[in-house]
Design a protein around this ligand. Structure first.
Ligand code: GTQ
Length: 345
């Protein structure tokens, strides 16, 4: 590979003339934007233990009333991107949101897609496009682009959930904005019940529904049961994983980020291949260890970590007796649509 000319090799007057005309020579910057073989990644392997987040989040509940926050969230920011940029990876945003008993986070809609993974507490709900979705630990609830959403809480203990948004990407595209709205009227629809049975979907007058987001709530009891059934059904299967999909199309549940649940058998270690998308790992149940680029993160329940793309990751179950269960998010729907998806093994 050739050594390319440096900026300092050019006469100062020439450089000044370029700058004055809003021009930049490519060759001093070419290797920076097109590095050899492996992209430059700002995303660093980072872990956010829940034991560190929880007390600070509860303190936020005392310091900042919901009216002053709208969404009371501590953002899980990757230091490699600069904390102020509020990114876990190039396309993923993570936040831990607290709703206290009786609080209400008012309706709005925005261009970024969101999902929520419920971490602790009972009796909170989110209303998405008029559908009231109850929140139970481990449930995944979609809030696709443009849909009205608001959060309420009828219980008597704090409720915490993990928000995963494609905000960094949509913001980078200069396409991120929100609109406030009035409290939503609740429709009697329950996509999670109508679509609860795999292989059976509603049709009206012999026509299949054309809803892009027919199911908003994916109950953890169902996801967990599917993983246990898969593990039992295929005892030699290495990777016991399910993908959260649209029950109408079988495609990814949302357009930009992908969502998965993974079971590790007792004592199992599993190497995930080096693929182009960055990944997020959140432990729902059990005790695990995540090895990313030589860094080992022990994960307990509700702990979250992230890995840059093009990096192999090894997950291990720290228990020899019981399985462990993860929620994953990644950027693979985006990479596949853009044609940059790679699996390097
Ligand atoms: O709950 O609507 O973490 O709008 C960031 C932006 C949560 C939400 C976040 C949001 C929300």
């Amino acid at each position: 590979m050739n050594e390319l000319g440096r900026l300092e090799d050019l006469p100062a007057a020439y450089r000044a003339a370029l700058t004055a005309s809003n021009l930049v020579p490519l060759w001093p910057n070419l290797r920076g934007v097109l590095p050899p073989t492996v992209p430059t990644r700002r995303t660093r392997p980072t872990c956010w233990p829940y034991a560190q987040i929880r007390p600070l989040l509860l303190q936020a509940g005392e310091l900042t009333p919901i009216e002053k926050a709208e969404r009371r969230v501590l953002v899980l920011a990757n230091p490699g991107h600069g904390l102020e940029n509020m990114q876990a990876s190039a396309a993923m945003y993570l936040g831990m949101q607290l709703l206290l008993p009786g609080e209400w986070a008012p309706a709005h809609r925005h261009t970024p897609n969101a999902v929520r993974l419920i971490v602790e507490g009972e009796s909170a709900y989110t209303t998405v496009g008029g559908e009231k979705c109850v929140m139970q630990r481990g449930d995944l609830i979609l809030t696709p682009t443009g849909q009205w959403h608001e959060h309420g809480h009828d219980g008597d203990q704090p409720v915490v959930w993990l928000d995963v948004l494609d905000l960094p990407l949509v913001y980078y595209l200069e396409a991120s904005y929100h609109v406030d709205g009035p409290r939503q009227a609740i429709k009697p629809e329950r996509g999670d019940l109508v679509y609860a049975r795999g292989g059976m979907v509603p049709s009206v007058d012999f026509e299949r529904a054309a809803k892009p987001y027919p199911m908003l709530r994916y109950p953890w009891v169902e996801a967990r049961a599917a993983l246990v059934a898969l593990a039992g059904n295929q005892p030699n299967l290495q990777s016991v994983q399910i993908t959260y999909t649209s029950p109408e199309t079988g495609g990814d549940a949302q357009n930009i980020l992908g969502f998965y649940a993974q079971m590790l058998r007792p004592g199992q270690s599993l190497r995930l291949p080096a693929r182009s998308p960055a990944m997020v790992f959140h432990l729902i149940e059990g005790a695990a260890e995540v090895l990313i680029d030589g860094k080992v993160f022990p994960l307990g329940e509700a702990d979250t970590c992230c890995a840059p793309g093009y990096t192999a990751v090894t997950l291990s179950n720290r228990s020899a007796d019981v399985p462990s269960f993860f929620f994953f998010a990644d950027e693979s729907p985006l990479h596949r649509k853009l044609g940059v998806y790679e699996n390097r093994g």
